[in-house]
Design a protein around this ligand. Sequence first.
Ligand SMILES: [Zn+2]
Length: 387
Amino acid sequence: MTDIAAIARQKPVQAALASFTSQLDEIIDLIIQVQQIPAPTFAEGQRAHFVAQQFATAGLVDVQEDDLHNVYGRFPGTNSHLPPVILSAHTDTVFPQETDLTIRQENGSIYGPGIGDNSTGVAGLITLAKSLWAHGLHPAADLWFVANVGEEGMGDLRGMRAVVQRFGSNGRYIVVEGGIFGFVCHQAIGVRRFRLDFQAPGGHSWGSFGRTSAIHVMSHLIAAIDQIKVPESPRTTYNVGVVQGGQSINSIAQSASLWLDLRSEDVIALQALETQVRQLAADLQVRFPEAAVTFTLVGDRPAGSIPRDALLVTWAEAALRQVGREKIEYFAGSTDTNIPLSQGIPGVCVGLARSANVHRLDEYLDPSDLPAGLGQLLLLTLAASGM
Ligand SMILES: [Zn+2]
């Protein structure tokens, strides 16, 4: 088994690890450069173009941007017969194009929308590529660096779906998130998202009183969903995140809609939850025959996992310890790792630094752990590539 400590003892590796501290200011500059380019989900092109230039400058070969604006670049390994290691970070953010991306620095932290999630992850990949060349490190397997689109919101992991389709089951996936240093994710929760549309005859609030209202029927369903007892283990959740509908205060609503997010650590439990919701909707239609409810699937992130003692997970953990991190936390999440894990392909998601207020305008990055986070990523990459 690959020994992380032995890799870390090698002189060039030590030099690379040290460079993450000595070059911290430049690395932070790069993070900010990435962050300054708007990249809402479905409009990642401008940021992708910048990353492609950076990949080429960092010495990666076969740099290419696909139709979705996924950016690929290869660091050639010494043994072309080995399955590749795919290192990915998502380029998209939850912030609309017009968001003010101005940053401010305070108490050593950097505030700015998207600074941790995931400008730090993207800049981390570029930094890793540069340091492999700079320190003459030679992984055995090819490393594919990928800056992918579509991780957030309604992106539904479309970028990563294309990446996994490209490389197939052949390979190991290391997904990099900027803000979760100390965490290792090897368990992908399943997510099913729906838009539910309610139709009803409606009418005048006074003159047609008693006719079925789409909003009232929808409210019955929300109240019923709220009564569902979900298991604590496997952790299973529901949320109605958005509601819309109605025409005016004095109209009985003809239409309404809600956005529903269902999640579980377990495929079967997720299916059971969805079945319950569909049954509640069917019951309502019996009760309100004039109403109609339709389900549209708008997001489907499949569940999957590899065991805690899988090689990738043990390397990620050993690499964290090697860079001085005592406390290691495992989490089940919805990340790009869902796609390989759900297909039985090994994958793990790791972080680079600490960030907070993620998905908010006052998001900030505390870069103090960043050298250790990059160190973990380097050691994990070298172990996974069979150095
Ligand atoms: Zn993210």
